[in-house]
Design a protein around this ligand. Structure first.
Ligand SMILES: [Zn+2]
Length: 131
């Protein structure tokens, strides 16, 4: 039933891709795709609106809403049921110099050697409206 998924742009790959509950939990992993991770990062960490998130990821707002809902459901499953959380997969393309999203928090374009050096992390600034 899976239709071919259109490519989605994300700023960078996550630095952490595996989370385990300290207690014995259920063994089956919850798999969060990279685009789902990016939607959570953009909206819940950077404070982007669905519209801004759609612009960064180059998808429609409807698609962002679907990605976000799926991501939240998976995160809830992981933390409520104590399941292993694995982040990876999905049809994504990274921000780079030829395809930048232009956002201040972007860790892709122009900073490929130092993804830690994100000004958003230290200042806690929110998503800019302009690009
Ligand atoms: Zn970016």
């Amino acid at each position: 039933m899976a239709r071919p998924q259109r490519e989605r742009r994300i700023c960078a790959l996550p630095r952490h891709t595996l989370f385990l509950p300290c207690e014995d939990g259920e063994t089956e992993a919850v798999e969060l795709s990279l685009d789902e991770y990016e939607a959570i990062r953009l909206m819940d960490r950077e404070g982007c609106t669905h519209e801004q998130c759609a612009q960064v990821m180059q998808v429609s707002r409807t698609t962002v809403t679907e990605i976000y809902a799926s991501a939240r459901q998976k995160l809830a499953e992981a933390i409520v049921c104590g399941r292993k959380l694995v982040i990876g997969g999905g049809n994504v393309r990274l921000c780079d110099r030829s395809n930048p999203c232009g956002r201040h928090f972007c860790t892709g374009a122009g900073t490929e050697k130092d993804p830690e050096n994100s000004s958003a992390r230290s200042t806690g600034r929110k998503c800019n409206k302009g690009a």
